[in-house]
Design a binder for this molecule. Structure first.
Ligand SMILES: *[C@@H]1O[C@H](CO)[C@@H](O)[C@H](O)[C@H]1NC(C)=O
Ligand SMILES: *[C@@H]1O[C@H](CO)[C@@H](O)[C@H](O)[C@H]1NC(C)=O
Ligand SMILES: *[C@@H]1O[C@H](CO)[C@@H](O)[C@H](O)[C@H]1NC(C)=O
Ligand SMILES: *[C@@H]1O[C@H](CO)[C@@H](O)[C@H](O)[C@H]1NC(C)=O
Ligand SMILES: *[C@@H]1O[C@H](CO)[C@@H](O)[C@H](O)[C@H]1NC(C)=O
Ligand SMILES: *[C@@H]1O[C@H](CO)[C@@H](O)[C@H](O)[C@H]1NC(C)=O
Length: 502
């Protein structure tokens, strides 16, 4: 009886050993950074105890830990991001100066909740359109493939807040001379670091929460608009990300503006999607915004006039002229968009608008008047087939007054409208930024798609350098929009939209 028990015990220990041995052999094979001997000794250590249960469980624990590491290595290979450690004077300190960031509005509350702003209800926040760099940085802290080893990294992130930096000076000519100083200091510092040497900075990227035009001052007069972040020699080698990119430059790429929705669970996303799918939409179209009386080329006056002419039962107008507060209330904007089939997105001070993303979020089909408002901007986030989720009404026709927006939209058959709306609602997860304090499992949010876009670009640049090619020589700066959107610089029907000065 005793003999029998002992042999049973030996049998179990033997089985455990064999199991552990083969388990480790199989997984260690894929796992190059740890050598076999240390693995075997680890396994033997844990089995050397007499207690069968204990030995098998602790053995499983360590193999779990090892395979977790191995799986991380497998999952993260080619996706690692190295985050530069830079002094807080280039990021967090700007937030401490939040009262200086905007002459007309106190920006401080917008930095609550990791940059999401004040919480309105679960998943919803009063988010400022220029907060992206803070949200993105905080989101990066949660990225599942960060590395401390820059030579393993697919790309290098610089957690600088260029938008907050320049905002301190934009409306103050007396301080104009200071506008470039932080960026120049930072770039000088980065260039001296060993990480820069690997690719001359080509694997580096940063994210700006303002539009590209705030960083492209080219004249010699420092009181001209903006600073020079995006035209400095170092920046020309980096990938610069912003909420609006220049169609005529090759080093900047656009990603969605932040909306008010920052879910922390998959269920919040799918819950919102099904709510938007069931929404009753009383209005055919909707416009929220202000006229641009000082911009001769603006079509906003015509848009507003057409909305009024269509009548109150067809076009919902939220005019932001007198009562700016009204338009800045997230509930008001979302309610208007959620009750409309189409949302008009004419250019404002620049080509793009935050409103585009609010409208997608509301399941409202965006209507664009210029391809520079979205199609050649958000290449990593919006579907290639723009007709599947939006309408393009050429701005020239609206300006001349011979295109009726009402007529164009009314002519679209109902089943087509339903199909487009379905596509818009499907896009929601891809244009929102999840709450940086949590992580979605099922969906890729705008952050994840941005990381993918950056890594693909850096990979291409790396290959180019290996092959001794130079993409920059393959197209004229002027045609960057075309090259990046269509992969070619052949004549295109949109060319007239991109004639400079027109
Ligand atoms: C060994 O594990 C079994 C099943 O998990 C359990 O029922 C038993 O109580 C354990 N024995 C000891 C000594 O922990
Ligand atoms: C960093 O990664 C590289 C490439 O994977 C590797 O050769 C090197 O040993 C790593 N360095 C450290 C300190 O882990
Ligand atoms: C720069 O521009 C400002 C305002 O446009 C003007 O007052 C100033 O004289 C200019 N300075 C120089 C050096 O041209
Ligand atoms: C940008 O890259 C080129 C080519 O690798 C290199 O010669 C140049 O020094 C880099 N620029 C800076 C500012 O590092
Ligand atoms: C609008 O007017 C322009 C010239 O004034 C003309 O070329 C164009 O065909 C017109 N478009 C429509 C839709 O009538
Ligand atoms: C590619 O060409 C451009 C323009 O001629 C130059 O500025 C850049 O440094 C070149 N890049 C590399 C990697 O040689």
């Amino acid at each position: 009886m005793e003999n029998h028990l002992r042999s049973l015990k030996n049998f179990w220990i033997g089985s455990c050993l064999m199991f552990a041995f083969w388990y480790l052999i199989i997984y260690a094979y894929d796992w190059s950074s740890l050598s076999l001997p240390s693995l075997s000794s680890l396994a033997l250590d844990s089995i050397s105890t007499d207690e069968r249960n204990q030995s098998s469980t602790s053995n499983l624990d360590s193999t779990n830990r090892i395979t977790e590491e191995g799986e991380r290595e497998k999952r993260c290979r080619g996706r690692y991001i190295y985050v530069h450690d830079i002094p807080s004077r280039f990021n967090a300190d700007y937030i401490k100066q939040c009262s200086l960031l905007n002459r007309w509005q106190n920006m401080c509350p917008y930095f609550a909740n990791d940059g999401l702003g004040q919480r309105l209800r679960p998943g919803w926040f009063s988010t400022n359109q220029f907060s992206l760099e803070v949200i993105f940085h905080n989101r990066m802290k949660q990225y599942d493939c960060l590395t401390e080893n820059s030579s393993k990294a697919a790309a290098v992130f610089i957690p600088y807040y260029p938008g907050l930096d320049v905002a301190r000076y934009l409306w103050d000519p007396a301080k104009a001379a200071l506008k470039d100083s932080d960026a120049k200091d930072l770039f000088r510092m980065l260039k001296a670091r060993p990480e820069w040497g690997a690719m001359g900075g080509r694997d580096h990227f940063l994210v700006s929460g303002r539009i590209t035009w705030d960083f492209r001052r080219t004249g010699v007069n420092v009181t001209d608009w903006g600073n020079t972040v995006m035209v400095l020699p170092e920046a020309r080698n980096m990938t610069m990300i912003a909420i609006e990119s220049s169609p005529w430059d090759r080093n900047d790429f656009a990603i969605p503006y932040p909306t008010y929705f920052h879910p922390s669970t998959d269920a919040q996303v799918s819950g919102h999607q099904s709510k938007m799918a069931k929404q009753k939409r009383r209005f055919l179209f909707c416009f929220a915004g202000a006229p641009r009386p000082n911009m001769a080329a603006s079509i906003r006056d015509q848009i507003m006039a057409q909305c009024l002419a269509a009548g109150r039962r067809k076009c919902r107008m939220m005019e932001c002229r007198d009562d700016k507060r009204n338009c800045m209330k997230p509930e008001n904007v979302m309610k208007a968009f959620e009750s409309s089939e189409f949302c008009l997105q004419p250019p404002g001070d620049s080509f793009t608008r935050r409103s585009t993303f609010d409208s997608i979020l509301a399941g409202c089909i965006p209507v664009f008047f210029n391809p520079a408002s979205a199609y050649v901007q958000y290449l990593w986030h919006l579907p290639e087939d723009h007709a599947s989720y939006s309408v393009l009404i050429p701005e020239g026709g609206v300006r001349r007054g011979n295109v009726s927006i009402d007529a164009v939209l009314s002519q679209i058959p109902n089943d087509r409208v339903a199909e487009m709306r379905e596509n818009v609602i499907k896009m929601i997860p891809n244009v929102i930024y999840a709450d940086p304090r949590s992580r979605l499992e099922k969906y890729d949010d705008a952050f994840e798609l941005t990381i993918r876009g950056v890594i693909n670009r850096v990979e291409r640049l790396r290959k180019e350098m290996r092959d001794g090619r130079n993409e920059s020589r393959e197209f004229d700066l002027e045609f960057s929009w075309k090259y990046y959107t269509f992969g070619s610089t052949e004549p295109h029907e949109w060319d007239h939209y991109f004639k400079r000065g027109g």
